[in-house]
Design a protein around this ligand. Structure first.
Ligand code: BGC
Length: 753
């Protein structure tokens, strides 16, 4: 319960001088804000797959690169996203919230919700998906979970920060429609649905203007359109011009202290170039955050490392994706001889490098966990390759091949080492290291049953390995309990149910941003527009290795009886799902929508919504996916707003973007869009207007007589189509001399009213 006698943010900033208000807008040091007057300091710390808190009393440093206190390392977003489970992201967020609260941290810097535009982006492991709706749903759960613990989130990196190359200066050049539909969509959703306490603006420019100094982004979109009431924090070092940043709506420049920036703000207020009310509003927001954050803090909070590890393990098991499983080589039987091969079986790769790196409380080793589950099986191990020095590749391979030859099945742990991908740089390719591919083929030559477990933060090209493996379990990065979770899945103690959140392309050259990544000469041109991820591959009918949404289980599911019903608030899609196999399993039921007859360019199908259902063998259940009406809206550039196009939509339902066994249709009424007519409006548009059309037709009649659309036959043209796109101003005033300028303006204004 808020204390009614507590001072309000206005009480707190009222007595502050301009200097103090300016100081409130930059940090005190790397991880905390200034305490001024009665406004307390608050602590911010990295996340978001665990707490990276550099306790100042335990060796915290001024640059944010030293060790942090032990914390549970949950699956990073690349793994967590594969759960397709907002309830799980809620629980993980809540656990991180408890750890943060116990450490005295008020704001955890996450979640990262940038869209995975290109698989080469070095930071993709920190993001959820190539799809904005899936990203939105997962991040909403995480933010709600964290904030339920009285700890604030920082939704980042706002916005369009999709490459690491020159990330602090490059301009993401994006047209309005992809910007709105793809890159801002999840931010808007999470702001509205989960009200994060803070939003972190990104380093890059958007269409030439730094995000940190972008009034359109930080004020017009974030606050005015979406109703954000929290604090906008800069990414660390993102502010180039502090006065411009304050004027744009940035509240807190991090890290601190930024004394020169503070002085600049004071001078700008004094010389009239910065409106003092803008600084005041910003200071009020920082004060409100400090009061709220310290008010809900409770350093007496405790958490149990075993319980959090158990949650990390359950979460990880839900996140791995079984990409293939020919001849049911998985699950493993707890008998016979199992050869475990690969460095990652003993030296796990479970998180990414950079600001999100967590000092884990403990780390499960897959080989140990496999042995613990193996029953009477003999488990042997060979290192197979060395990601560090790459030395003795031949010897390591020979030893692994021998180990595999003496077993009944070989399980290979392959992937990328921490040095091969991280924050701060992009990858140049999406290949698995060549020595690992060779190792797999050498093992395959002597062993007829081969399973591969993959560890990586960014998408890997799997075409070179798919045929050589009977089973592939894509473990992405699964956090500190990855080893235990992988063993649980390999032995079928848990049924695999993760789903891909990104398409696995056949070739790098197929990816949507192939020619426009990572950009050059300071610009990244988002030339592929709205066609990101599966939207691109589906539109171009490209073959992929594994589609978005794909993931197998140890059972199978059938779909029947699809129905869709529209109402004014949205569409409900219902389907009957049956577990047609012999094991219990969890299915992620995905609904994609498409509008074939559309007036704008669209992908054939887009994820509309999803839900999950757990079923025992033979059991069936009706499930309903609700798609709110606004999810059918597209950004209408001429009208400058969201518009739902009316028509007959198809809802495709199934277990992946390319496995959609049933579909149904639903009619949706469209929004009325009236783009005001101007002298530049095309002739055809003016003719379609109920007021202007008939009047203009009457004026044209004497010119073309009764010929109608056959006018122009002598020229071999369809006159109506030929002149349809000519601006009415040119036709009426210059070409046809139909009326005076005043008459035309009067006609247009009557048509517009
Ligand atoms: C990263 C942020 C991070 C911040 C603080 C920046 O370099 O982009 O994601 O929260 O540093 O470590």
């Amino acid at each position: 319960m808020p204390d009614p006698t507590a001072p309000t943010p206005d009480d707190l900033i009222g007595p502050l001088s301009t200097e103090e208000r300016a100081r409130l807008g930059s940090g005190r040091d790397f991880w905390s804000t200034e305490a001024i007057g009665n406004i307390p300091s608050i602590a911010l710390s990295d996340g978001p797959h665990g707490l990276r808190y550099q306790d100042p009393e335990r060796g915290g440093d001024a640059l944010g690169i030293g060790p942090s206190i032990p914390a549970t390392c949950f699956p990073p977003a690349v793994g967590l996203g594969q759960s397709w489970d907002p309830e799980l992201t809620f629980r993980v967020g809540a656990a991180i919230g408890r750890e943060a609260r116990a450490a005295g941290v008020h704001i955890v810097l996450g979640p990262g919700i940038n869209i995975k535009r290109d698989p080469r982006c070095g930071r993709n492991f920190e993001y959820y998906s190539e799809d904005p709706r899936l990203t939105a749903a997962l991040a909403t759960g995480w933010v709600r979970g964290l904030q339920q613990q009285g700890v604030g989130a920082s939704l980042k990196h706002f916005a369009a920060n999709n490459t690491e190359h020159e990330r602090m200066t490059s301009s993401s050049d994006i047209d309005p429609r992809p910007l709105r539909e793809i890159y801002l969509h999840a931010f808007g959703h999470v702001v509205r649905e989960a009200a994060p306490w803070t939003v972190m603006c990104s380093y890059n420019k958007i269409n030439g203007v730094y995000a940190a100094q972008n009034h359109w982004l930080l004020t017009e979109i974030l606050r005015t359109e979406w109703g954000f009431e929290g604090v906008v924090v800069s990414d660390w070092g993102a502010v180039d011009d502090r006065v411009a940043a304050v004027a744009a709506g940035l509240d807190l420049a991090m890290p601190g202290a930024d004394e020169a920036g503070d002085r600049g703000v004071v001078t700008a207020v004094a010389d009239g170039s910065l409106d003092p009310s803008v600084l005041e509003a910003s200071a009020r927001r920082v004060a409100a955050l400090a009061v709220r954050a310290t008010g809900s803090a409770d350093p007496g909070t405790t958490w149990n490392a075993d319980e959090h590890h158990a949650l990390a393990r359950a979460a990880a098991a839900r996140c791995a994706v079984l990409l293939k499983n020919d001849n049911d080589v998985l699950p493993l039987a707890p008998r016979g001889r199992i050869a475990v091969i690969g460095e990652f079986a003993t030296e796990p790769r479970y998180q990414g490098g950079g600001s999100s790196h967590v000092d884990a409380t403990r780390v499960d080793i897959a080989l140990d966990e496999i042995r613990a589950h193996a029953g009477s099986a003999t488990v042997t191990h060979a290192r197979g390759f060395d990601t560090g020095s790459g030395s003795a590749a031949g010897e390591l391979r020979a030893e692994a091949v021998e180990t595999a030859a003496r077993a009944d099945i070989a399980v290979l742990f392959l992937g990328l080492a921490a040095t091969q991908e991280s924050e701060g740089f992009d990858r140049e390719d999406i290949e698995l290291p060549a020595d690992q591919v060779e190792l797999l083929h050498a093992v395959r030559a002597v062993q007829s049953r081969v399973a591969v477990v993959l560890a990586h933060g960014g998408v890997l090209r799997l075409a070179p390995i798919v045929a050589a493996a009977d089973a592939i379990l894509d473990a992405a990065l699964l956090g500190q309990a990855a080893g235990g979770a992988i063993a649980d899945l390999l032995f079928g103690i848990t049924a695999p149910s993760g789903r891909l959140t990104e398409t696995v392309p056949v070739r790098l050259a197929d990816v949507p941003a192939y020619d426009n990544f990572p950009g050059e000469q300071g610009h990244v041109r988002y030339g592929e527009g709205i066609f990101i991820g599966y939207r691109w591959y589906d539109r171009r009918e490209l073959e992929v290795s594994f589609p978005f949404g794909h993931g197998l289980s140890y059972t199978t599911f059938d779909y029947a009886d699809p129905r869709a019903v529209a109402d004014p608030e949205g569409v409900s899609v219902t389907v009957r799902v049956t577990n047609s196999g012999s094991r219990t399993g969890r299915e992620v039921v995905q609904v994609y929508t498409g509008l074939e007859q559309s007036s704008v360019l669209r992908p054939p199908r887009e994820l509309g919504g999803f839900t999950t259902v757990e079923l025992e063998p033979g059991a069936a259940q009706e499930v309903t996916v609700r798609i709110p009406r606004h999810e059918f809206a597209r950004w209408h550039e001429p009208a400058g707003r969201w518009v739902v196009e009316g028509g007959e939509y198809t809802a495709y339902i199934g277990g992946s973007s390319r496995d959609l066994p049933v579909h149904t249709t639903v009619r949706i009424d469209g929004d009325v869009v009236r783009v005001p007519l101007t002298r530049e409006s095309p002739f055809s548009e003016v003719m379609a207007n109920p007021v202007a059309g008939p009047e203009l037709g009457a004026k044209l009649q004497p010119l073309i007589g009764d010929q109608g659309s056959s006018a122009g036959a002598e020229l071999g043209v369809d006159m109506a189509r030929m002149i349809g796109s000519i601006p009415i101003g040119r036709i009426a005033l210059q070409l046809g001399g139909l009326m005076t300028a005043a008459e035309l303006d009067d006609l247009l204004s009557r048509a517009n009213s």
